[in-house]
Design a protein around this ligand. Structure first.
Ligand code: PLP
Length: 425
C-alpha cells in the first residue's frame, strides 16, 4: 500500500466483536487472562498479548501499526509526549557512563534534556554541528551508543544529511535516531539509512492541536547482536526481566529487540504511556496527514515566495530557497514539498519582529508548530529569550527573526494577514 492508503487502512479493518469501522477507544486499564497458563505466557513474553494499559493498549496498537507501516519500520511504541519519545530513545541503550553524539540543531526541550537531565544521569551528549557531517565520526568512541538528530530542525531549517551520517554510523556500528516531527510523510528517514525514528505526534500527526503524544519507530534494520559489546543493554542478561537478553528474546517476534525493551522495561518502569483517547485523536489526524502535508507545503512555498519579495524583509529561510549543499539535501530527502515552517528576518530587528506578531489577526501567536491553523512566534523575545545574544545567533535566531508554522487555510487569507501585519511592523 502507498502512504495515502496506509494511513487509512493499516492495523485495523473493523472491530472483530462489533464490526465498527472506526478504531474503538479501548478505555480500559486491564485485560482478563484466559487462564493461569495464558497469563504466565504473556508475562514471560512466550506469547504477545494485552496485560495492562501502561504497557500496551489496542487503540494505541493501531496507531503504532499504522506509523510502523508509514515509516517502513518493524515496530513502534506510543508514549505520552514527544519529550518522552526522545528521552526513551536514548535511555533504552545508554547507561550511566555511556555517551551519544547529537546534532546541535535541536528543539529547545530536547537540548535541555540532553545537556542537563541526561547529563545528571551520567549520560554524556557530545554535540556536533551538522553543517560538517564528517565531524560525527570524530566524536564516536567505544562508549558511544547512538547518533541523534532532527530531520528538519528549526529555526535554521537545514535538512539533516541522513545518508551521509548513517554511513558513519554503519561503519562504527552505531545506530542513527532521527526526530522527524517536522517532516512526517515528506521525509522517510528509514529509507535513507536511519535506524530509529521519533515523533512528537502533538504536531502534524495529530494536526489539530488537541493531544500531546509521542512515538518511537524501530526500523528493524540495525543488527544489535552483531554490534556485540557496544550494546550491553540489549546483548547481556537484563536483571530487571529475569535475565532476559533482548536481542535473543526478540528473535521469535522479529527484528524488534530495541522497541521490545523500550516497552517492557521503560514503559513498565517510568509509565509514560499514551492514553487510548489521545491515540484515537492521533489516528483521526493520521488519516488525513498526506493531504494536509501537501497543502501545508504548498501554502508555505507560496508564503516564502511572497516574503522574499517584501521590502521590509532581509532574508527568508525555507529549504527549497536555500542554495548549494543545503538545497541539494532538501531535494534529496524531501518529497511532496519541503515542509511548512518558514523563517524570515525583518530588517528593523527586534522591535519590528514584536510589532509584526502583535498585529497578526489570523495567525495564532503560540509556541507550537504543526497545527492545521497557521501559527507565528518571535523566538528572540520568547522561546530563545533566555539565551545569550551569542547563543541566539548560533541557534540561527537574529533579533528580527520570525518563525511561521504555515497552516492549511486559504492562501489569500494568509497572505492578506501577513501583508497588513508587515505594514505595521
Ligand atoms: N521534537 C520536536 C522537533 C519538537 O518541536 C517538540 C515540541 O515542540 C518535541 C520534540 C517535544 O514534543 P512534545 O511537546 O510532544 O513533548
Amino acid at each position: 500500500m502507498k502512504e495515502e492508503t496506509i494511513v487509512l487502512h493499516a492495523g485495523h479493518r473493523r472491530d472483530e466483536t462489533t464490526t465498527s469501522v472506526a478504531v474503538p477507544i479501548y478505555q480500559t486499564t486491564s485485560y482478563q487472562f484466559n487462564n493461569t497458563d495464558h497469563a504466565s505466557k504473556l508475562f514471560s513474553l512466550q506469547e504477545l498479548g494485552n496485560i495492562y494499559t501502561r504497557i500496551m493498549n489496542p487503540t494505541c496498537a493501531v496507531l503504532e501499526e499504522r506509523m510502523t507501516k508509514l515509516e517502513g519500520g518493524a515496530a513502534a511504541l506510543a508514549v505520552s509526549s514527544g519529550q518522552a519519545a526522545s528521552a526513551f530513545s536514548i535511555q533504552n541503550i545508554c547507561h550511566s557512563g555511556d555517551n551519544f553524539v547529537s546534532s546541535t540543531d535541536l528543539y529547545g526541550g530536547t537540548w535541555n534534556l540532553f545537556s542537563n537531565t541526561l547529563k545528571e544521569m551520567g549520560i554524556e551528549c557530545r554535540f556536533v554541528d551538522p553543517a560538517k557531517p564528517e565531524q560525527f565520526e570524530n566524536a564516536i568512541d567505544e562508549k558511544t551508543r547512538c547518533i541523534y538528530a532532527e530531520t528538519l530542525p528549526n529555526p535554521k531549517l537545514n535538512v539533516f544529511p541522513i545518508n551521509e551520517v548513517s554511513k558513519i554510523g554503519k561503519k562504527h556500528k552505531v545506530p542513527i535516531i532521527l526526530d522527524n516531527t517536522a517532516a512526517p510523510y515528506i521525509c522517510k528517514p528509514i529509507s535513507h539509512g536511519a535506524n530509529i525514528v521519533v515523533y512528537s505526534t502533538t504536531k502534524y500527526i495529530g494536526g489539530h492541536g488537541v493531544s500531546i503524544g509521542g512515538l518511537i519507530i524501530d526500523g528493524g534494520n540495525f543488527d544489535w547482536e552483531a554490534a556485540g559489546t557496544r550494546f550491553p543493554m540489549l546483548n547481556s542478561p537484563d536483571p530487571s526481566y529475569h535475565g532476559a537478553v533482548w536481542s535473543e528474546a526478540a528473535k521469535p517476534l522479529g527484528p524488534i529487540a530495541y522497541i521490545l525493551r523500550a516497552r517492557v522495561i521503560l514503559l513498565r518502569d517510568y509509565g509514560s504511556s499514551m492514553s487510548p483517547f489521545n491515540a484515537f485523536t492521533f489516528i483521526q489526524g493520521l488519516e488525513t496527514l498526506p493531504l494536509r502535508m501537501q497543502r501545508h507545503c504548498e501554502n508555505a512555498k507560496k508564503i516564502a515566495d511572497y516574503l522574499s519579495n517584501h521590502k521590509k524583509i532581509d532574508k527568508v529561510i525555507y529549504p527549497s530557497m536555500m542554495t548549494g549543499m543545503m538545497l541539494e539535501r532538501a531535494k534529496k530527502y524531501m518529497s511532496h514539498g519541503t515542509g511548512a515552517l518558514v523563517g524570515f528576518e525583518l530588517k528593523d530587528g527586534e522591535s519590528s519582529g514584536k510589532k509584526f506578531i502583535d498585529n497578526l489577526n489570523l495567525f495564532y501567536h503560540v509556541a507550537n508548530i504543526g497545527d492545521a491553523r497557521s501559527l507565528a512566534i518571535h523566538p528572540s523575545s520568547t522561546t530563545h529569550s533566555q539565551l545569550s545574544n551569542e547563543d541566539k545567533l548560533s541557534a540561527g535566531v537574529t533579533p528580527g527573526y520570525v518563525r511561521l508554522s504555515v497552516g492549511i487555510e486559504h492562501i489569500d487569507d494568509l497572505i492578506e494577514d501577513l501583508d497588513q501585519a508587515l505594514d505595521k511592523a
